[in-house]
Design a protein around this ligand. Structure first.
Ligand SMILES: [Zn+2]
Ligand SMILES: [Zn+2]
Ligand SMILES: [Zn+2]
Length: 307
């Protein structure tokens, strides 16, 4: 049998009532053997330490075949582990993973994502939001299994198109820069005539006698309204004057306009892009797709046949 012994490891701080004797307590991730199949619980109170340990753990091949738990979850750990450690649940889950793993004949050459999702059907590909990243969202588990992939978003999209992955539910929809893929964008109203950002809203008046349009303030004379151009007294709205719809003014070209245009400026590369030309990205939570199911179960079936 492939997995004859229990490969159970506990890394970091021991809890007050340390439960299972089947776990071997180690100080560092590096002490965990490079084997297929096992269970590890990472126990640090410091979230940064937990995330570092996870990244280190997944650097080795075959880690997709392990059950991975933490004692204190972080947003990152939620994307790349099986959750917070509870002994009974974990042991049960490991039995299931072990059964599926043992049925895989060629487990050493299986795509790690298909393997990871295939041995535990509760697992999902999750997106993580990180404001310090220019693309804002990424899929950490893809990053761990394929560190050379340029964009985890594109990777997921192409695996989705192949049917390996299937979208389960929409997490968010963001717009990114069409030049550099950054999601850090500033939307700014500009003059529709000259695209200047130096615009103000103003209440204007329109004199019927001479047609002059100007800021309401410039019509104020000794508590009365008077056109600054033709000096006509404006008494009745609708008869002597009215308020034009254009309530914005451009300080660069003096245009008056009803509605400002909106452009987006990329805060990462400074490019100015029309809002309708930004790239829309849909971030999904994903599960194993039909093709992925087929690959993982046909491997299982083949193994059963040759037993
Ligand atoms: Zn006038
Ligand atoms: Zn202008
Ligand atoms: Zn950009």
């Amino acid at each position: 049998m492939l997995l004859s012994k229990n490969n159970f490891f506990w890394v970091g701080e021991l809890p007050d009532q340390y439960c299972s004797e089947s776990f071997l307590h180690v100080q560092s991730i590096d002490e965990i053997p490079l084997e297929f199949g096992g269970m590890v619980c990472i126990s640090y109170q410091d979230g940064g330490q937990t995330d570092e340990a996870l990244k280190r753990f997944y650097q080795q091949t075959g880690r997709w075949s392990w059950c991975v738990y933490v004692t204190d979850s972080t947003p990152y750990s939620e994307c790349v582990t099986d959750g917070v450690f509870e002994e009974e649940v974990a042991l049960h889950e490991w039995q299931e993973v072990r059964r599926r793993l043992e049925a895989m004949q060629d487990y050493q050459s299986i795509d790690p994502i298909i393997g990871w999702l295939g041995v535990n059907r509760r697992r999902r590909i999750m997106a993580l939001k990180r404001l310090e990243s220019s693309t804002i969202y990424s899929y950490p588990i893809i990053d761990l299994f394929f560190p050379d992939v340029y964009s985890t978003y594109r990777y997921v999209l192409s695996e989705q198109n192949r049917g390996v992955l299937e979208a389960e539910h929409l997490i968010s929809r963001i717009r990114v820069c069409s030049n550099c893929n950054s999601g850090h964008l500033n939307y700014v109203e500009v003059c529709p005539e000259c695209s200047s950002i130096d615009i103000d809203s103003q209440s204007s008046l329109h004199c019927f006698t001479c047609g002059h349009v100007g800021d309401q303030q410039s019509f104020q004379r000794r508590g009365k309204l008077e056109c600054p151009k033709c000096l006509t007294q404006l008494r009745h709205i609708g008869v002597d004057y009215d308020r034009p719809l254009e309530n914005h003014v451009c300080n660069s070209c003096t245009s008056l306009f009803v509605e400002a245009a909106t452009i987006s400026q990329c805060l990462s590369c400074d490019e100015k892009i029309k809002v309708e030309e930004l790239v829309i990205r849909k971030l999904y939570q994903l599960k194993l797709g039909e093709v992925g199911e087929y690959v993982s179960t046909s491997i299982t079936a083949k193994a059963v046949d040759t037993w």
